[in-house]
Design a protein around this ligand. Structure first.
Ligand code: SIN
Ligand code: MN
Length: 258
């Protein structure tokens, strides 16, 4: 699946692109079921919320369930990534579902992913892409991602390691840095139906508020990075940054349903 020229242009201009209706209802049900099965297992890559113990993120999923192993090779993810990054061999750097359970799902602070990839993993260039598939309808109330439009073009923002706010340590950007840029550029809130595909780059500023609604918000996330730009530090758990620098080959299958 290739992106239309206007989607590629938007990605370069704003730092993200969103396409609705990429995965069918049946595929979304399959992915939810696979996720529910891994989320019930007692595994260190299942991280819970600080205050409630509800599941926040489940990582390393392509190693834990056959459906996610198929998904990381799905052409609807791999082909747009190659199109946006350029003709490079890509490996699966991180494979997870970020949950945000109804009423208790906590925030993700303002950050950009390259800060973590660089500080923690020694990745040199901000080339990775974060590819999301919505497993629930994402609304204004259940913790949608927000992006500062065009913030990927601004250059490196000052960061700090936040080990306090949530149970997941994150290299963050302070509100004092984000707010003036958000005032000038505007903020995009990524709402959409289950089955939507959202792609954003490694230096785009993003955050998401708590889930205040009665609806869960589960989002699958695959980070693809060029093999030539692989991590150089092995400090984090493997499921936070996989060290199998094997190029992903897009599958010829047109559906996740066998
Ligand atoms: C979220 O799931 O709301 C945040 C995801 C991210 O930072 O990539
Ligand atoms: Mn992020």
């Amino acid at each position: 699946m290739l992106l239309a020229d206007h989607d590629v242009a938007q990605f370069h201009e704003l730092g993200f692109v969103m396409i609705e209706g990429v995965f069918s209802d049946g595929e979304v049900r399959l992915l939810r079921d696979a996720f529910e099965s891994v989320s019930r297992s007692d595994h260190p890559a299942n991280v819970v919320e600080k205050h409630t113990g509800a599941i926040r993120t489940a990582m390393g999923l392509h190693r834990r369930h056959a459906v996610f192993d198929r998904l990381v090779r799905d052409r609807r993810l791999v082909e747009p990534a190659v199109q946006l990054i350029g003709d490079q061999q890509l490996y699966a750097q991180q494979v997870k579902v970020n949950v945000k359970a109804a009423e208790v799902g906590e925030a993700w602070q303002w950050h950009y992913d390259f800060a973590t990839h660089h500080h923690e993993d020694g990745v040199v260039l901000p080339l990775a892409l974060n590819l999301h598939i919505f497993l629930d309808d994402v609304t204004m109330d259940n913790g949608p991602l927000q992006f500062v439009r065009g913030s990927h073009l601004v250059g490196a923002h000052e960061t700090f390691l936040d080990t306090e706010t949530t149970s997941y340590d994150l290299w963050c950007v302070s509100d004092e840095v984000v707010q003036p840029l958000a005032d000038v550029n505007g903020v995009y809130t990524a709402t959409g139906a289950a089955g939507s595909l959202l792609i954003f780059g490694d230096t785009l500023l993003h955050a998401s508020p708590p889930n205040t609604s009665a609806l869960d918000r589960r989002i699958f996330s695959l980070i693809l990075n060029p093999v030539a730009n692989a991590s150089t530090i092995d400090r984090r758990h493997d499921w936070q940054h996989h060290r199998e620098f094997v190029p992903i080959v897009a599958s010829s299958a047109t559906s996740l349903l066998l």
